[in-house]
Design a protein around this ligand. Sequence first.
Ligand SMILES: [Fe+2]
Length: 307
Amino acid sequence: MLSNPASLIELDWAHFDPWAVMPVTHRISDHPRLQIEELVELAKRLESKGRIRAHTNAAEAGTSFSNAPDLHPVKQPLVRTMEHIAAAQAWMSLLNVQTDPIYRELVDEVLDSVQPNVELKDPGMSYRGGWIFVSSPKTVTPFHVDKEHNFILQIKGQKTIYVWEPDDVRVVSDRARDRFHSRHDRSLITWREEFRKLAHCFKVGPGQGAYMPSTSPHLVEVGDEPSITVSFTYYTDSTRRDSLIHKIRGRLSELGLDIPSAQGKGVFNNGLYFGARAARAATRAVYRATGRRVGEENAVYARAENA
Ligand SMILES: [Fe+2]
């Protein structure tokens, strides 16, 4: 365990903008929980819960991120694949590691150390999660977006992270973001090779990484060595607000309404937000009355499927 919880992730906090991509450095490459032997033990615990995602090196930048494990399945047992990752030609992700008591401590150790700085500009941290990627050389994480803010940190080997700003409609349109939030559907998020020249391109090794705001499109390529990478993710008040606005925009657009661009439409978006909040409060009251789960995004930790 590292003794000093302060600043496990370093970045230019004076210029930190929660909705802008930034390079970071970190001090956790030697953390015992992130070495391959302990990750194999974690994989053994997560496999039976369906919390390992994997695909082969046949997946490319333009492969559907959501469908990559079905399109290019790893046929070998997953734990064994991880034990032989250098030659396995496989990409693996240990999902929702915060559900494991030992790795929940790691998630808290790292996010506790950045929370005071994050909260100065982006209050309301919730839904903490951890994701650990163990990859063979020359494998690819296909182009996609996620809902959470994300500190992605390189632990072992080299990677190239291509990431675009969360409001860059040249690579992901408002409509695609609306659809992603309203239906968790990434089908309108499609790759074109010319996007590369529009990206922030971070070539990272151990001790380096990036901050990627909610719905920043990204594509990650592993170098010539096996790679270990960890992502620490969370929601805040601002991600919940942004997600709700896009969700309502998506539903209105399904009704055939012509929705203005999400950029520079503060009054329209505020109207959507406060209207949606009122509707959601009414829905939650009904849920509570009928004993159903509510307020999930405000939970301290991300909920995993099958939890
Ligand atoms: Fe991602």
